[in-house]
Design a binder for this molecule. Sequence first.
Ligand code: NAD
Length: 370
Amino acid sequence: MSQLDQACESFRILMEQQLLRIENMSAEKVDFTTKKTVTIGLVDGDGIGPIIMSQAVKVLEKLLADEIAAGSVVLKRIEGLTIENRLEKNQPVPTDVLEQIKTCDVLLKGPTTTPMGGKMESANVTLRRELDLYANVRPVAIPEEDIDWMFYRENTEGEYVLGSRGVELPGMAVDFKVTTDAGTRRIARAAFDYARQNGKTRVSIVTKANIMKKTDGKFTAICHEVAADYPEISVDDWYIDIMTANLVNPAIRNQFQVMVMPNLYGDIITDEAAQIQGGVGTAGSANIGDRYAMFEAIHGSAPRMIEDGLGDYANPSSILKAEAMLLRHICRSDTAEKLENALVSCKTVVTGDRNGATCAQFAEEIMRLL
Ligand code: NAD
């Protein structure tokens, strides 16, 4: 078979697998208001992961002490999602680790390092796909500027679904981007539901539909279809390039409320938004599906902080914000509010270096404020 034929054959297989994925997409939503026992999986990750997670777990144990004692919440430690174990097993998420993760309802996860080069997929991309965590939800707020943004990033499709499965021919490489009707409809619905439930009046769709006509064109069209069911919410379209500029334009940026977008644009623009808020160390994120959900900081494992001996100075506020989102997701809103209020009142400043407080000092202050 010629190389061109081989490439066409692998493309055909990819398309078949994607059609199968669409068939398997629907799942029943878990109702946490009636669930007798909620199991929270705790995964450390790499680099600064174990440092910020150890503080986040202390805070969680304090917040949920009564429920843990009563057995309505179980905290389950899951070992083995480390770069060393993943490389040794040559699996982005080793099978035994994934099995343990699947026994939980929700996960609190530290950042995981993605090996450079090679073929190994990122642990996050694998988890999002395996657990079908289709909505990446990232809030960014700067109250003094009246900024209150909520990003709904599609989390399982776009350039990521086949990110490590592009094809190469001599002198040429091709990657793939996939957008499905069902995948877009569910992220759009999640964004509009959030807007409706939280009194928001505007949802902005962000794509590059002028260039990516098939995939982003579909994304935009389906978001508008879904919007028709939410007549009280206004909807507008933006291209990612100008939206990136809008977020740093003080004249208009506080007018945006909820933004919904395909995977890659969401990945990039939410880091920009987090930086405007005060840095990637300050933003939490939720990866939500119908059956499972995973909560984490938006930043990575910060290997340079570890190399420079600054790991203990990592800012835990990102993972603590994610923890508050987890508590809200499992319908422990009062407990989430306690943590959110403590995060707002906390005067301890972590700068990520020896000029600021340590991760542990920040968490101690939070525990005192709870
Ligand atoms: P990074 O987010 O780890 O670091 C970017 C910058 O932010 C660095 O200067 C770092 O020191 C700083 N920083 C990050 N977290 C901080 C914190 N809590 N407190 C203070 N400063 C903090 O990004 P990177 O260096 O591009 O990625 C490192 C590794 O993490 C890569 O292997 C990447 O693939 C992985 N990663 C994982 C996730 C995840 O697991 N969710 C997300 C992003 C990146």
